[in-house]
Structures are given as structure tokens and as C-alpha cells.
Design a protein. Structure first.
Length: 598
């Protein structure tokens, strides 16, 4: 990361041991520069430092020091930035809570973190009652605070000291607190190889502070003399977000993959002032990347990949020219990071073989708070760096011929469909390789009679028939990986963090007859009508036509076996399995049954 200070000296970490020490160096270099903007409000570096110092002294009086975890539950505002700095300056680690989450979720996290001090806003008090021993209101004038010194607490920095604790969902249903040290944050924002930021830049703070993308959004500008533009607290529409970007003069913007896709299909032209556009958190669409590159001349689009346990980014891929590949790679390791692609025996893979990505270097977290067993399972000794750790990401990747890494899916998100082990990410990549499809997600859904099935949800520039889509996938994927159902949506649902809401998709049951490219003709007679009901029950389609093709509707060999059993029960005839291939429509199969009955 290249920066130019007013005095001509770059604000590098040098021997800075902590985030707040590096910030204080920046204050000394550019005290009068604007550090934070929020609409018409402007806060200079020296003023921000003074406000954070007073709050830090107050926290020290409340018992905060090394080893303290301090909860911060507040909506986006300059006060939040003051609070985060103050916690670090007091020697503690901040635990950001999402105000939109329920009271009991907050209680669980505060108890797990052992936080006795909670920084919040007056309007949120009702939802936080009884959760902490000490409450500090960030938006209420406090005479005691004004009387405290504005000088730096000057606590010695420690790169291994926790800077923040970020909670992620656990496989057991219990959230896990990822303990991120100061050195990991410094590694992310100090002269990285994927981003340039300096005093001329403005970075939008848009992600929830509880989401680790905020680590980059907040500390990259503040540790490099840029301006942190805080987005209004309400959830904006695409146009409102674009308006904020315009009004604040944002030059560096981070969006989740889902939001990036929606913005590209929406008011993208209003982002003309953005020179570096980061996106990630999910698979990016090649079509959307190419469209953004075409519509925003001179922009650098950065695909950022990385788990919370390796501090926001592990790899990044910088794009300035149109892609001619089927997928967007996750790129190369960021500064201060090593990556290892290992097989299920923990041995390095060769060539372009897939394997699980293990991340090492300064970005690796200290582990999971209070969970030594889970920490030992995911954080392994790094054989190439004595004393260092490797984090098992659970992500399947391969190294392409050009040296960039390609994301293939989750190692621990594999599913079994009719005995076959499948990575949904591979199917999504095949869908996104089609030029007409701009967004896609594949999930599994449970069926009472047929068990688990794959369902593909997609967003397309124009309509296409399901048989056409199915045939396209069948040309690149084995039959068992072709989804049983395809559902076209206007946009994929997103979680509060902007990722594709797969849980919501799993509940999304679309029983409409798919677009088969042929007109519907109602079944006639007892046999056709009964067959249509059988197929509809197993395929979860309310209306099956007499001329509809079994396989184009999503039928497969196991389903055919079930239907032949039902046929035998109902008509006491035995239909051979090959009949479904030779007579794939309701009308044709009905004729076979009628012949057997005679």
C-alpha cells in the first residue's frame, strides 16, 4: 500500500506494534486532514484522536485494560469509529455486535466474550437492557468525559494482543469468537499488494462493524491518511447507496458479491468516481465483472477472498481488462500471507490438482475464544514457519496454470445425492459460465419421498427454457450433478451481510411447471392423469402436461424406479426402466402401460 504524507513521509507500520500506534503516527503527520466524514459532518485526525483518547481514559477508569473485551453495539456513525479507537487505546479488544440481531443473540455473545462494558447509542438501549455491568452511551454528552485528558494513554503496543473478536456461525450452532491480533490488521492494510490508498482517497464504511469487511474499510483509510466516509445508518436502496458514493466522493468501495451483482445491473454508472472496486464473500460472475469494467473506464476491480480467521483477505485478484475465462479466480496471496494447497492427508497437491486451502502468515488469528478443541482442529502448526499457524479454510481450490488460485467450493459443504458426493460450487461455476446467467446459487432441498435434491436458482438477462439449460449443464457435468429443478429469480436473496441467503433458498419451493419450450396439453384419461400426478408429486410440480418429458422435468433413474413401483401397485403391471428413456412423456408412457394392461 503506497501512501504519501503531507510531510513527504509514508505512514508505514515500521516498528509500530499496534493499530492505534500507527494511527497516532498518522495524526502527527496530518493532524488537520479530514479523518471521518458523515454527510455534512467532518472530523479531523487530531480531533478524532482527542475524542478517542478521552473515551479511552474513561474506559480505563471502568477497568478496561489488557485482556479486556469491550462490546460495541451501534449503528453506523462517527461515534462508532471513536469507540473502536478508544477500546484499542485502552488496551482492550472490541467485540462488535449487530444491532439488528435479537437480544438473546447479544446476550450469548457478551457472555461468551466476558464483556462487562458495552458501548452503544441511546436509541438502542431498549434492546440491550441488562446485558452489561457498565453502559456507555456514545451519542449522549457526558460531562465526566469532557473533563478527561485528550492525550494518548500511551500503553505499550503488542502485535500479538487481540484487537477485536469477530463471531462466526459454528457448525454446532454455537457462535465462535475469532480472536484477531493487531499484527493481523496491520498486515492487511499496510502496503498490501492488492490496493493503493493515500490522502487523496475516500473509503466508504458500509459493511456492518460486526462483519470483518469493516476491518479493511475502517483501518485502511485511517492508517494511511485517507478519509473514512461513513454511510448513513439506514439500509440504503441501490440508488441511495450510489448517491452516497457520489456525494462523499468515494474512490474505494467494497461490496459483497451479491450486492456487486445487483449494483452492476442497476445504477452502476453512478460509481464513475470509484477507482478501486472490491467485491467478494461469494463467487463473482464473469459477466458482471466484464460489464463493470466496460462501464467504468479505468476502474480496478478486486476479487477479495478470505475467511474471518485470516483477517478479511487471504487472496485477491486484481482485474483491469475483460476476462475470457469461465470463472473469476481468487488470485494470489496478499502481502504477509502464505497459502498451501493440501490433500486430505495433509500433503501438498501437485500441478492443478484440487485441494484444501490452508492459510499462513501474519493474518492468521490467534484461534477461537475459549474453544481450545475447535482451535486445535482448524489452526494447525505451520511446518514452514516455526511457531506459526496454518488455518484450514475448508475451501477447495486449485492453482491454475497462470499461478492464480481458483475457488471450487467448500470441502465441508459437500452433499451426497443418490450416493454421489457433490460440491455445489462446481455447479454454480458451470451455471455462471453461461453468458446469459448473471447470478446463481445451488442448494439442496429435502423431499419426503425422494430425499435430498439439488435446486438451482439463477438470474438471467433473458429467458431460456429449462431443457436448454439442463442440456447445457449435461454437456459439462455428470448426470448426477445436474439439478433436479431450476428456478429463475429477479435477484438472489441476500443476508444482512450481503451474502447469498442459502437458508432462504432452501425454503423456496417453486411448484410451477417449468418453461419447457412447448405448450401445455392437459393429460387425458385415467392413466395419463394418474401418471401426471405421480410425476408431479415426486418432482414437486403442480401441473404436468401430457407431452412433458420426464428428464426435462428433472426426472432421474432413482425417481423412475419409484414411479415404476407406484405403477405396479396401481395397475399391476411391470414397466421396465428403459421405458422412461424410450417413452419419456406422460402420453407415451401411458401407451406402454395401456399395452401391458391389455
Amino acid at each position: 500500500m503506497t501512501t504519501t504524507a503531507d510531510a513527504g513521509a509514508p505512514a508505514r507500520s515500521g516498528n509500530a506494534q499496534s493499530v492505534h500506534e500507527l494511527f497516532e503516527r498518522r495524526v502527527a503527520l496530518t493532524p488537520d486532514a479530514t479523518a471521518v466524514s458523515h454527510g455534512a459532518e467532518r472530523i479531523g485526525y487530531a480531533e478524532l484522536n482527542a475524542r478517542a483518547n478521552r473515551l479511552a481514559h474513561l474506559l480505563r477508569e471502568r477497568g478496561v485494560g489488557r485482556g479486556s473485551n469491550v462490546a460495541v453495539c451501534a449503528e453506523r456513525s462517527p461515534e462508532v469509529i471513536v469507540a473502536l479507537l478508544a477500546v484499542l487505546k485502552a488496551g482492550g479488544a472490541y467485540v462488535a455486535l449487530d444491532p439488528k440481531q435479537p437480544h438473546e443473540r447479544h446476550r450469548t455473545l457478551l457472555t461468551d466474550a466476558g464483556a462487562t462494558v458495552l458501548l452503544t447509542q441511546e436509541r438502542l438501549l431498549a434492546g440491550l437492557d441488562g446485558l452489561a455491568e457498565h453502559l456507555v452511551l456514545l451519542d449522549r454528552p457526558d460531562p465526566a468525559l469532557a473533563a478527561l485528558p485528550a492525550t494518548d494513554p500511551a500503553l505499550p503496543g503488542d502485535p500479538e494482543s487481540p484487537a477485536y473478536i469477530a463471531y462466526t456461525s459454528g457448525s454446532t450452532g454455537t457462535p465462535k469468537g475469532v480472536v484477531v491480533p493487531h499484527r493481523a490488521v496491520l498486515r492487511l492494510v499496510t502496503e498490501p499488494n492488492f490496493l493503493t490508498v493515500g490522502p487523496e482517497d475516500a473509503v466508504l464504511q458500509f459493511a456492518p462493524v460486526a462483519f470483518d469487511a469493516s476491518t479493511l474499510e475502517i483501518w485502511a483509510p485511517l492508517l494511511n491518511g485517507a478519509r473514512l466516509a461513513v454511510c448513513p445508518s439506514q439500509e440504503p436502496s441501490l440508488d441511495q447507496l450510489a448517491e452516497t458514493v457520489e456525494n462523499e466522493g468515494v474512490t474505494i468501495l467494497w461490496l459483497t458479491a451479491g450486492l456487486f451483482h445487483q449494483m452492476v445491473d442497476g445504477p452502476l454508472h453512478r460509481l464513475s468516481g470509484v477507482r478501486q472496486l472490491l467485491a467478494g464473500g461469494d463467487v463473482l460472475s464473469v459477466a458482471h465483472v466484464n460489464k463493470a469494467l466496460a462501464m467504468l473506464p479505468g476502474v480496478r476491480i478486486i476479487n477479495g477472498y478470505g475467511p474471518t480467521e485470516n483477517t478479511t483477505f487471504t487472496c485477491c485478484h486484481v482485474m483491469t481488462e475483460q476476462l475470457d475465462s469461465d470463472t473469476v479466480p481468487i488470485g494470489v496471496p496478499v502481502t504477509g500471507t502464505t497459502v498451501h494447497i493440501l490433500d486430505d492427508q495433509g500433503q501438498p497437491v501437485t500441478g492443478e490438482e484440487p485441494g484444501e486451502l490452508h492459510a499462513g502468515g501474519d493474518g492468521v488469528a490467534l484461534g477461537y475464544l475459549g474453544r481450545p478443541e475447535q482451535t486445535a482442529e482448524r489452526f494447525l502448526p505451520d511446518p514452514s514457519a516455526p511457531g506459526g499457524l496454518l488455518y484450514r479454510t475448508g475451501d477447495l481450490v486449485r492453482r491454475r496454470a497462470d499461478g492464480t488460485l481458483e475457488f471450487l467450493g467448500r470441502v465441508d459443504n459437500q452433499v451426497k445425492i443418490r450416493g454421489f458426493r457433490i460440491e455445489p460450487g462446481e455447479i454454480e461455476a458451470a451455471l455462471l459460465a453461461r453468458p446469459e446467467i448473471t447470478d446463481a446459487a445451488v442448494v439442496t432441498q429435502e423431499h419426503d419421498r425422494m430425499g435430498r435434491r439439488l435446486v438451482a436458482f439463477y438470474v438471467a438477462d433473458h429467458g431460456m427454457s429449462v431443457p436448454e439449460l439442463r442440456r447445457g449443464l449435461a454437456g459439462t457435468l455428470p448426470p448426477y450433478m445436474v439439478p433436479a429443478a431450476f428456478v429463475r429469480l429477479m435477484a438472489l436473496p441476500l443476508t444482512l451481510n450481503g451474502k447469498v441467503d442459502r437458508a432462504e433458498l432452501r425454503k423456496e419451493i417453486n411448484r410451477d411447471r417449468p418453461d419447457l419450450g412447448s405448450d401445455y396439453r392437459a393429460p387425458e384419461g385415467e392413466v395419463e392423469e394418474a401418471l401426471a400426478l405421480m410425476w408431479g408429486d415426486l418432482m414437486e410440480i403442480d401441473e404436468i402436461g401430457a407431452d412433458d418429458d420426464f428428464f426435462e422435468l428433472g426426472g432421474h433413474s432413482l425417481m423412475a424406479t419409484q414411479i415404476t413401483s407406484d405403477i405396479a401397485t396401481l395397475w399391476d403391471v411391470e414397466v421396465p426402466p428403459r421405458a422412461f428413456y424410450e417413452n419419456p412423456t406422460v402420453a407415451e408412457l401411458a401407451q406402454v402401460i395401456e399395452g401391458l394392461k391389455r
